[in-house]
Structures are given as C-alpha cells and as structure tokens.
Design a protein around this ligand. Structure first.
Ligand SMILES: Cc1nc(NNC(=O)[C@H](CC2CCCC2)CN(O)CO)c(F)c(N2CCN3CCOC[C@@H]3C2)n1
Ligand code: NI
Length: 183
C-alpha cells in the first residue's frame, strides 16, 4: 500500500524530469502500480484510513511522485457538479485547450511539497485529453474547470513542472486576464 513515505518531495530531481512514455500494452507491474496509485487516493479520502496511516488527502497522483519516471497518472474526485472521475491513465496527452483560463480560489498544494505556497495557479479552463486506461482502452476526455485543473496539475508532473511554476512572481494573487475563479 502506498503511504507518505513512498511519496518523493520537492528536493528530488525526478520531479523535474520529463517522464518516459509507457510502451503499450502496459506490463502487469505498470498496471498494478497504477491501481495502487488510485487506491492511495481513495484511502486518502477516507477519514479513518487517512488518519490511521497519516495520509495527506489527494485527488490526483503522478507516477514520478512515487519515484517512477513514467507517464502514468491517477485521479479520483468529484467535480463541483458532483460528476465522479476515477481513472488510472497511461500516456495522457492534452490534445487541445481553451484560450480562457481558470484557477482554484484556494490556490494549489502538492503531496510532494511540504509547505503552503500562496497564490493563484492559472490553468486552461477547458482541455481535451487523450490517454489509455488500465484496461488498455483509448480514452478521449473533454474536461472543464475543476476537472481540467486536476488533470493539468497531474500532467504537469509528467513534464517536470510544479504548480508553483505558474504562480505570478510579482503578484501571486493577480487575476490573469481572460480567466475565471473556481471554488
Ligand atoms: C484540490 C484538492 N487538492 C487536494 N490535495 N492535493 C492534491 O490532491 C494534489 C493535486 C491537486 C492540487 C490542485 C489540483 C490537483 C496532489 N498532487 O500533488 C498530485 O500531483 C485535496 F485533498 C482536495 N480535496 C477535495 C476533495 N475532498 C474529498 C474528500 O476527501 C478529501 C478531499 C480533499 N482537493
Ligand atoms: Ni502534485
């Protein structure tokens, strides 16, 4: 079972590398790892399990965060309309995106960053993602607002990009033009 000791922190160079594409079909081990990443998210959202094992809550997780420089992510969350997303994805790719942007009014955090970094994180408000799921099915997901933000945070990790790279250095709470707040 994945716990916080398995999650690498921001001083680890693996977080700043471009992760490698997974050769399809994914190996048994790669599928197993992806399932474990999804299980971490579910466990972290269960108060009893999270407190028992000291898990920080998460709605997304990227393979580099558990020391694996492979293009795999897991997401498990409900968006603000109550739509449920629960995926283990292989080689996710943003194939198109909106011009307009969105940001979480709460700012963002990261399981690999043990400190609060204040500021808005501007992201595309709409994205289309192509990926392969754990069963090997090709998926095309059209995502907006909260869901789009979660997926972008995770896909950033596959490209060595951290959420704080997007925060305006001069004014962390500057409202980006052509953007709207979420949450
Ligand atoms: C927004 C949020 N971020 C939480 N943590 N950070 C993360 O997930 C990081 C990834 C997210 C940071 C911003 C976008 C993606 C992890 N990252 O580093 C992976 O790369 C949460 F935990 C959380 N929620 C709301 C829903 N709640 C349901 C009940 O259970 C608790 C849960 C808490 N919402
Ligand atoms: Ni993160």
């Amino acid at each position: 079972m994945i716990t916080m000791k398995d999650i690498v922190r921001e001083d680890n160079p693996i977080l700043y590398k471009v992760a490698k594409e997974v050769d399809l079909p994914a190996s048994k081990k790669e599928k197993e790892t992806l399932k474990e990443m999804l299980t971490y998210l579910k466990n972290s959202q269960d108060d009893a399990i999270a407190s028992k094992y000291g898990l920080r809550p998460g709605v997304g997780l990227a393979a580099p965060q558990i020391g694996l420089s492979k293009r795999m992510i897991a997401v498990h969350f409900q968006d603000l309309d109550g739509r449920q997303y629960s995926y283990g994805l292989i080689n996710p790719k943003i194939v198109s995106h909106s011009v307009e942007k969105a940001f979480l009014t709460t700012g963002e955090g990261c399981l690999s960053v043990d400190r609060d970094i204040p500021g808005y994180v501007p992201r595309y408000s709409k994205i289309t993602v192509k990926a392969t799921d754990i069963e090997g099915n090709e998926l095309k997901l059209r995502l907006k607002d909260y869901a789009a933000i979660v997926f972008q945070h995770e896909i950033d990790h596959l490209n060595g990009v951290m959420f704080f790279d997007h925060i305006n250095k001069q004014d962390p709470f500057a409202i980006p033009e052509n953007s709207h707040p979420i949450g």
